[in-house]
Design a protein around this ligand. Structure first.
Ligand code: NAX
Length: 328
């Protein structure tokens, strides 16, 4: 039997947690021969709910689930962990301004970054999901200077999956055939879902869409605003699809992306595609041997460049709003 992998999940008592924990424990993320120890973090006020979730996890009698740690202390939650999925975040309360939300989350992710720095395995994979995900991931990595920068990523996979599905529906083709989708930038409505490199059966998808105005008028805004549309329809935000995207993201990171394809990951900018260093930005990425790489050499036209820069600017504004909270 393989040694167990320790997976920490924050915000474990929340609705994404409820859609995620059971799938991880069942082996959907790391395979059905990989034992798992879950480290579940939530705030003190949510421990009662978390206990109920743990009761249900026990009641599933998952053969792969070796142990469960529950706590409201990030240091305990992150001790010796191999994977951290940071879902818990402060939601926007009534009357709260955007900068207040950014500051509240900066505080949470500063504490968690420091705890990861102190207690996690040195090759931990950290995926930040809680919003604003890109900026929260940046705060986390800035507070964990002893961990390699490539330990960190933010989730844009849900946006990527939404884009794949819209194209599959438009072309009446299976989603598995759509390749090379990109969501550039921020996990927000400024993101740029870019179809110009996407392919099906080796053909450019743009060449198969007869009505080109559909891309600007329907595809891009539908993907950008899908989160809001789900809230309007369901009365609460995406949970099952978010949990599924988390599993996809970690799976690709741990076990490699498919040949001749890539995925979108929020990763530290390194100057690629003229996006300056210092933000976590959605890039096309491949993963090999547990490490991600930004896909290089894609041709970018001037209109795309403007859209890529606009979403970068939003990230810069977010960073500027919390920069007084960042370590020097
Ligand atoms: P819920 O409000 O259902 O759950 C959040 C949980 O986090 C709660 O149990 C809460 O007690 C806990 N929490 C709050 N502060 C914490 C802290 N300091 N430490 C540990 N736990 C803490 O929200 P849910 O629907 O599960 O969504 C969680 C986050 O994911 C939100 O920020 C949401 O905006 C974000 N999302 C991000 C997505 C992405 O693609 N990056 C998509 C889905 C989702 O909207």
């Amino acid at each position: 039997m393989k040694p167990p992998v320790r997976v920490a999940i924050t915000g474990a008592a929340g609705q994404i947690g409820y859609n995620l924990l059971f799938r991880i424990a069942a082996g959907d993320m790391l395979g059905n021969d990989q034992p798992i120890i879950l480290h579940l973090l939530d705030i003190a006020a949510a421990q009662h709910i978390l206990n109920g979730v743990v009761m249900e996890l026990h009641d599933c009698a998952f053969p792969l689930l070796m142990d469960i740690v529950t706590t409201d202390d990030p240091l305990i939650a992150f001790t010796d962990i191999d994977i951290a999925i940071l879902v818990g975040a402060r939601p926007r309360a009534k009357g709260m301004e955007r900068k207040d939300l950014l500051s509240a989350n900066a505080e949470i992710f500063s504490i968690q970054g420091k705890a990861l720095n102190q207690a996690a395995n040195r090759n931990v994979k950290v995926l930040v999901v809680g919003n604003p995900a890109n900026t929260n991931a940046y705060i986390t990595l800035k507070n964990a200077p002893d961990l390699p920068i490539k330990c960190f990523s933010a989730m844009l996979r849900l946006d990527h999956n939404r884009a794949l599905s819209q194209i599959a529906l438009k072309l009446g083709q299976p989603v598995s055939k759509i390749k090379k989708m990109i969501i550039w930038g921020n996990h927000s409505s400024t993101q740029f879902p870019d179809l110009s490199h996407a392919e099906i059966d080796g053909k450019k998808i743009l060449s198969l869409i007869e009505d080109q105005s559909w891309v600007e008028a329907y595809f891009i805004p539908t993907v950008q605003n899908r989160g809001t549309a789900i809230i309007e329809a369901r009365g609460s935000s995406s949970a099952a699809s978010a949990a599924n995207a988390i599993i996809n993201h970690i799976q690709d990171w741990c076990f490699d992306t498919k040949k001749d394809d890539w995925v979108t990951m929020g990763i530290p900018s390194d100057g690629s595609y003229d996006i300056p260093e210092g933000v976590i930005y959605g890039f096309p990425a491949t993963c090999q041997a547990g490490t991600y790489h930004i896909v290089q050499g894609l041709e970018i036209n001037n209109i795309a460049k403007l859209k890529m820069f606009a979403t970068y600017q939003e990230l810069l504004e977010e960073k500027n709003a919390i920069k007084h909270l960042l370590p020097r």
